[in-house]
Design a protein around this ligand. Structure first.
Ligand SMILES: Cc1ncc(COP(=O)(O)O)c(C=O)c1O
Length: 441
């Protein structure tokens, strides 16, 4: 009996306790929504994810605006456009329904191995087939006679390329350079393990050391969207082309590129950053072999599940492009959809900048796109915006307006510049342009 009473008593206690916890959780969530607070995952200044941090921004910083913070569009909610998370594409993939759905039974794909006859033995043949097909459909890269190396994102392939290209018996690490402004993750990724094989040296334009070096050519470039070529004019250089943004929604496709090592990723081409799949097209067999060894030592291959999902997504992209070209109306072309969405966003951003009068944006000449079969405008995944007049630190200035961006210093240039993601969700982007247009100096 005593036991029974105790257990009823403790059940009641538990019920009341859980009720109280739920009510307080709901109240807290409502409070945070109302006050625009959120558990946000920030990137540390070096471009890598830091621990989850509760956001609290002071509104006291360098704001010289005539619009009070709480009177600006969206009130005091924080607009985070510092990261390049490509969630803009989510809308398209929702519309596609099951065309890109993958179901994998529990017994399938459990081996480490995919194709032991291939140099890259963990490369799924289905994924390789769709990589070749999408490049043929888009016409942006030569795949004939290339080795495909798959990676956990093109980030892993970047490190694999450094490993493969560095002389392993040299007395000092090989220099790694890229023209500034460069992708902000290159310096920290290159130096995070303080490798004895390679070392980040910085801006390729001021590089004048004798001896071998690796030059990264990012085209179109992150952060400024420019089409790039190598700039170091020496004979001992090895080039790595990072072509994450060489897709028709971002830039006119002029011809299939044909370089020694070319890096691509689904993160920016189809918007599936969470799948963590990238691929390298590599001319030299020995380089492909060494890149494969790096990935073998690093992660013993690359998720088969992700490769199969990537194959399905790339197939959906190629199908949609071919159907659109054949005027089959049943499907919207992925690249048309994303090109138009980005065009709309760039138009809105340029209007907001003009209305504000406090900022400037780069201009890009239109060019013929062989994929779209018409003249198209470059419309980069990031806006490289400059604070005009006497604002020296554009990132802090915008932070004062609760707009989070990434400042020029992280890209090796002046803090007068910031990089702004153009790939966020519609509501966040629309709020951003509204708020930006009200900032007058
Ligand atoms: C130029 C460039 N290269 C590589 C990457 C990393 O891509 P992934 O997600 O495939 O690792 C990014 C991501 O922002 C990028 O901008």
């Amino acid at each position: 009996m005593a036991i029974k009473i105790t257990s009823v008593f403790s059940m009641r206690h538990l019920f009341l306790l859980s009720l109280a916890m739920n009510v307080s959780l709901i109240l807290r969530t409502m409070y945070e929504r109302e006050h625009g607070l959120n558990w946000l995952c920030f990137e540390a200044p070096n471009g890598h994810l830091s621990q989850r941090t509760r956001l609290s921004l002071s509104s006291s910083s360098t704001s010289a605006t005539t619009t009070p913070i709480d009177a600006q569009p969206g009130g005091d909610s924080i607009i985070n456009l510092a990261r390049g998370d490509p969630i803009m594409f989510e809308r398209y993939w929702r519309q596609m329904g099951d065309r890109a759905t993958v179901v994998i039974p529990g017994w399938q794909y459990i081996s480490y191995f995919s194709d032991v006859t291939n140099i890259c033995w963990f490369l799924e043949p289905e994924f390789a087939k769709e990589v070749v097909r999408v490049h043929r459909v888009v016409g942006n890269a030569v795949t004939e006679g290339r080795h495909i190396v798959v990676g956990t994102g093109s980030s892993q392939l970047y490190l694999a390329a450094l490993f493969a290209l560095s002389p392993h018996n040299a007395s000092e690490p090989i220099s790694v350079v890229s023209q500034a402004p460069y992708y902000s993750s290159y310096p920290s990724m290159t130096d995070c393990l303080k490798s004895g094989l390679y070392k980040w040296v910085g801006d390729a334009q001021s590089f004048n050391k004798e001896g071998p070096y690796i030059e990264l050519v990012t085209s179109p470039n992150n952060p400024d969207g420019n089409v790039r070529r190598s700039v170091v004019n020496k004979s001992d250089g090895i080039l790595v082309h990072d072509l994450a943004y060489y897709w028709p929604q971002y830039t006119p496709i002029s011809s299939p590129v044909d370089h020694e090592i070319m890096l691509f990723t689904v993160s920016k081409s189809t918007g599936h950053a969470g799948m963590r799949i990238g691929w390298a097209l590599v001319k030299d067999q020995e380089v492909a072999r060494r890149m494969t060894t790096f990935i073998e030592l690093n992660t013993i291959g690359v998720s088969k599940d992700s490769q199969l999902r990537a194959a399905k997504v790339l197939k959906a992209v190629s199908d949609s492009s071919e159907h659109a070209a054949g005027n089959l109306e049943e499907e919207e072309s992925f690249f048309e959809f994303s090109y138009l969405l980005l065009a709309e966003r760039w138009k809105l951003l340029r209007k907001a900048v003009e209305h504000s009068g406090s900022f400037s944006l780069p201009e890009f000449p239109p060019a013929f796109c062989t994929f779209l079969n018409r003249v198209s405008e470059p419309q980069p995944a990031f806006a490289w915006m400059k604070c005009e007049v006497d604002i020296e630190d554009c990132e802090s200035f915008l932070q004062g307006h609760k707009i989070l961006t990434r400042g020029g210093k992280e890209f090796g240039v002046s803090p007068k510049y910031v990089r702004i993601s153009m790939l966020d969700r519609d509501d966040n982007f629309n709020l951003f342009v509204k708020r930006l247009s009200t900032i007058h100096l």
